[in-house]
Design a protein. Structure first.
Ligand code: XMP
Length: 520
């Protein structure tokens, strides 16, 4: 199901950079639809040439100094579409136009660099007046300008940091304007989109709502759709959207694993049933989850048990409903981008993510993924326009295996209760102190060790809990949140005073990488 076939767009050719997604987000944030395409799929995309208002060549791990490198046909430059190359993109443009690129271990730039202006250009209007901090990540650099190109700006270590062929509307920047470390990097995109490509601001997710609902109606017709509803943003928005299209023919199943936050599942079930009038069924499976997890402490084993059991229970429930043809899922655009490896490199598996991916094949269902072209922020906005309450649409991400991977080591009912109470206090305090919305994700984890404490005049020997709070753009990288000391004091006191079973609180100050957001 393809929703955006007739939209004006900016194509981003993905050469495998870790931050290509951010380019697409920046552009959409500016009100223009953008789409990421691996170079090998470019030909197909160029069929709708009149809709392509600009092309961006992303960064990537390849090097044009080797014979075998990722490339595109030079014909692309003859289509009279403005082109902007970023990092590897700039090097590729230079190579294709006869410039010379060298790899230099001595002059490589990683991180902050100062950019200086050499010449005026549409691309740097309101961006580069004299000096600017930009973010670099390269070893290769252009040493000889390609034919008919001018140098616009430079840094101490790279002579040609911004280049242009204004007549052909081809531009290249060695730094990454898409990352927040580049000061006012957004202005580069504004200039490219509105002054160079002359594209109009027409894109916003809410204007897509009607179209999405119409498409779902058209595809599903009178058939039945099931959906595993977790109460997280993605599955909630999918459920509301599909419900708007096909009403009671959408059947939502909520499997309570017992590994959810305190009272959260009961609360969301009630909202979906009473306020949004969804056709929703709640399955309480907590006992069986706890039973099956008994004596398992290995994180991957826990993940497999929880994921497998979830699928089994969901499947059993779904089979009770006759004539189901579709499974609706909250797959997002980043999931799609990540699942097709454009650079050809296989990334190593860090964690087995819990999802219901095995279901469609097993149950002979077709997938309905109406959010697969959108980013999380867009989905939140869409949720709001569908009437989804703020406490669900702005909810922090929550992993499928839930508290199962936040109780380190063995799991039992007592530990779940202890963790739920501590987490409840933490999250409530974040909300009360207006910190919740400033944080990407926060939670409490229970460590598998006990330590000695003193309360009143007595010795205690209880669990240690760990507070985690991170800022992030997409969960791929993260930094720990810098709380005021007073807040940490308050939380520590409140948890230890109110949660029987915890006598020590620690705060996790590692970023991702090298850590991950979840502990298991
Ligand atoms: P990590 O721990 O890998 O987490 O840094 C990155 C983001 O993914 C979430 N996460 C999951 N989400 N199923 C999910 O739907 C999972 O199995 C899962 N494991 C981790 C995590 O909470 C963070 O937002």
């Amino acid at each position: 199901m393809q929703f955006q076939n007739n939209k004006e767009r900016i194509l981003i050719i993905d050469f495998g950079s870790q931050v290509t997604k951010l380019i697409a987000r920046r552009i959409r944030d500016l009100g223009v639809y953008s789409e990421i395409v691996p170079p090998q799929e470019l030909k197909k995309k160029l069929k709708n040439l009149s809709l392509i208002k600009g092309i961006i060549l992303s960064g990537g791990p390849s090097t044009v100094t080797k014979d075998k490198h990722q490339t595109i046909s030079k014909d692309l430059f003859e289509k009279k579409i403005p082109i902007l190359g970023i990092c590897y993109g700039l090097q590729l443009i230079s190579k294709l136009y006869g410039g010379s690129i060298k790899s230099s271990k001595k002059r490589r730039e990683f991180g902050r660099a100062f950019l200086y202006k050499k010449k005026n250009s549409e691309l740097i209007k309101n961006f580069l007046i004299s000096r600017k901090v930009v973010w670099m990540s390269h070893e290769d650099a252009v040493f000889k300008l390609p034919k008919n190109f001018n140098c616009i700006a430079f840094t101490k270590d790279s002579k040609y940091t911004i280049i242009e062929n204004a007549q052909k509307k081809i531009y290249g920047v060695q730094f990454h304007p898409e990352v927040t470390h580049t000061e006012k990097g957004e202005q580069i995109f504004k200039n490219f989109l509105f002054s160079i490509c002359k594209v109009k601001k027409k894109w916003n997710i809410v204007s897509q709502k009607k179209k999405l609902i119409g498409e779902i109606k058209k595809v599903v017709k009178k058939d039945k759709v099931i959906c595993a509803l977790s109460g997280g943003v993605d599955s909630s928005v999918v459920a509301l959207l599909v419900n708007k299209a096909i009403k009671k023919n959408l059947i939502c199943i909520m499997v309570d694993t017992g590994l959810m936050r305190k009272d959260e599942f009961k609360y969301t079930y009630k909202i979906f049933k009473d306020r949004y009038k969804l056709n929703v069924k709640l399955i309480n499976a907590s006992k069986i989850f706890i039973e099956k997890l008994k004596n398992t402490s290995n994180p991957e084993k826990k993940r497999k048990i929880i994921g497998g059991l979830f699928i089994k229970i969901f499947e059993k429930e779904a089979k009770k409903i006759k004539n189901v043809k579709y499974l609706a899922q909250g797959t997002l655009y980043p999931d799609i981008i990540e699942s097709r490896s454009s650079s050809g490199s296989k990334s190593s598996k860090i964690k087995s993510h819990h999802n219901v991916g095995g279901l469609p094949k097993k149950m002979n269902l077709k997938l309905l993924e109406p959010l697969k072209e959108f980013f999380k922020d867009e989905v939140r906005v869409l949720g709001k326009s569908l009437g989804l309450s703020k406490d669900i649409s702005l909810r922090h991400p929550f992993p499928g295996p839930g508290l199962g991977i936040r109780i380190i080591g063995n799991i039992n009912a007592e530990k779940i209760k202890i963790l739920q109470e501590a987490d409840h206090i933490y999250i409530n305090e974040l909300k009360k102190n207006n910190l919740y919305d400033k944080i990407w994700q926060a939670y409490v984890a229970l460590l598998p060790v006990k330590s000695v404490g003193v309360m009143g005049d007595s010795r205690t020997y209880e669990y240690i809990c760990l507070l985690r709070a991170v800022t992030s753009e997409d969960g791929m990288t993260a930094d720990y949140f810098k709380f005021p000391k007073e807040f940490l004091d308050k939380i520590s006191n409140k948890i230890v005073n109110n949660v029987k079973g915890i006598n020590r609180v620690v705060y996790d100050i590692t970023s991702k990488p090298p850590s991950t957001i979840e502990l298991e």
